[in-house]
Design a protein around this ligand. Structure first.
Ligand SMILES: *Cc1c(COP(=O)(O)O)cnc(C)c1O
Length: 435
């Protein structure tokens, strides 16, 4: 009897050994990015640290497999395992978010919105989403985007007094324009969203209710924000923001929209799904059910509140006066005399990475706006708490007050690094850099 010899795995201490051989340039850039993410305070609210487990699945063997179609209904053979992976991801998402149907195939948030609109709208139909300068997403009807050219976009805005959603204003506008779809869920809105109010407005005017929870899905899974999916007709989420999964997205909908949603993805706008990504989405969903994840979600909100208080104490103006989710929108042009872009560039030199952002009723342009946007998800994933947020508030103030002083900025960057390296970062192991 001959026994096939299975070669024993070659043990090596080298990190990313295949890349070291094949493409040292890319390997070096990956190592540098790991260091950057480890040594800096990452405040972009849509970013996070994916776990080692999520990264292992993302880099796994399913990248090799084509599986156009859906579980038990594929075009090609060899789907014994892809079907199980995709079904697991779907079941876990349904369980957490209480949706009738989940499609886990969208390649990212924007194609998920494109497919979800395509599923329930005809070109030329009227849609109402929050305007981009007020915190809405590009894909919610911005003119330069497919959503603003393919559909008749009638964006709503925030209340000029409170800078918050004004449900009476939205209802009035909906009654006037009779949209087929109303979108709730934002990229730069620091407050809670009342989904029930949106359901009522949609019912009043006969519109479908679309919830886009991309930014806050981790907060929803962790119990820190209400969940729209039991009452929305359709909606999407990215999987890589507060949820901490791989880059990807899901469409969640009522049973009656399941078939049109699936058809809108394939053959509508995509071909083969990225099963390696879907396997990592399943992992992230599993992680999101743990007690640790709940603690993380709670700390995200506590940290945002603590940071907001510290910034207010330094005389900054925060849009809506504060936050009750994971992000802070801070006006810096009128209150501190520095454009948002300059502020974010100076902060980056100080090791504090955020993005400039429009504020509601901004008189400046999207590329050079009046504010900056700051989020606490990444820092919370590293276990930072209120004490660190206070230090951060002081550093932000010092960096913005000395925006042109390279010496001050470099000194802060050093202090930031000393603090950061004391906090482990999910998915990053500094011991790997020693070889
Ligand atoms: C991030 C985001 C998207 C788009 O996600 P991409 O993966 O960047 O295409 C869509 N909607 C909202 C509300 C978002 O915040």
């Amino acid at each position: 009897m001959t026994t096939a010899t299975i070669p024993s795995p070659t043990r090596t201490m080298t990190y990313l050994p295949a890349l070291k051989k094949t493409d040292p340039k890319i390997r070096d850039l990956i190592l540098q990015e790991e260091k950057r993410e480890f040594e800096k305070l990452r405040l972009i609210p849509s970013e996070n640290y994916a776990s080692h487990a999520v990264k292992e699945a993302t880099g796994g063997i399913f990248t090799n497999k084509y599986s156009e179609g859906y579980p038990n209904k594929r075009y090609y053979e060899g789907q014994q395992l892809t079907d199980q992976v995709e079904s697991l991801a779907q079941e876990r998402a349904k369980e957490i978010f209480g949706a009738d149907h989940v499609n886990v195939q969208p390649h990212s948030g924007s194609p998920a919105n494109m497919a979800s609109f395509r599923a329930v709208l005809k070109p030329g139909d009227t849609i109402m989403g929050l305007s981009l300068p007020h915190g809405g997403h590009l894909t919610h009807g911005w003119k330069a985007n497919f959503s603003g050219s393919l559909y008749n976009s009638v964006p709503y805005e925030l209340d000029p007094e409170t800078e918050m959603l004004n449900y009476d204003m939205i209802l009035k506008q909906a009654r006037e324009f009779k949209p087929q779809l109303i979108i709730a869920g934002y990229t730069a809105y620091p407050r809670k969203i009342d989904w029930t109010k949106f359901r009522e407005i949609c019912d009043d005017v006969g519109a479908k209710f679309h919830a886009d929870t991309s930014h806050i899905t981790g907060l929803i899974a962790g119990g820190e924000h209400a969940n729209p999916f039991p009452i929305s007709d359709i909606g999407i989420t990215t999987t890589h923001k507060t949820l901490r999964g791989p880059r990807g997205a899901m469409i969640l909908c009522k049973e009656e929209n399941a078939e049109v949603v699936n058809k809108a993805i394939i053959p509508g706008i995509q071909g083969g799904p990225h099963i390696h990504t879907i396997s990592a989405i399943a992992v992230a969903l599993q992680e999101a059910t743990t007690p640790e994840f709940k603690t993380y979600a709670q700390q995200v909100v506590k940290n945002a509140k603590a940071l907001a208080e510290r910034l207010l104490s330094h005389g900054f103006r925060l849009v809506t006066g504060g936050t009750d989710n994971h992000l802070i929108l801070m006006e810096v042009f009128e209150s501190k005399g520095i454009p948002g872009r300059e502020a974010s560039k100076s902060l980056d030199k100080a090791g504090i990475v955020c993005n400039c952002n429009m504020v509601p009723f901004d008189k400046r342009t999207p590329f050079n706006p009046s504010g900056i946007r700051i989020g606490t998800p990444s820092m919370s994933s590293r276990g930072m708490k209120e004490t660190e947020m206070e230090k951060l508030g002081d550093w932000i103030n010092e960096a913005i007050s000395n925006a042109e002083d390279e010496t001050v900025l470099a000194r802060i960057a050093g202090e930031v690094k000393s603090m950061c390296i004391q906090f482990p970062a999910p998915g990053i192991d500094p011991a790997n850099w020693n070889e």
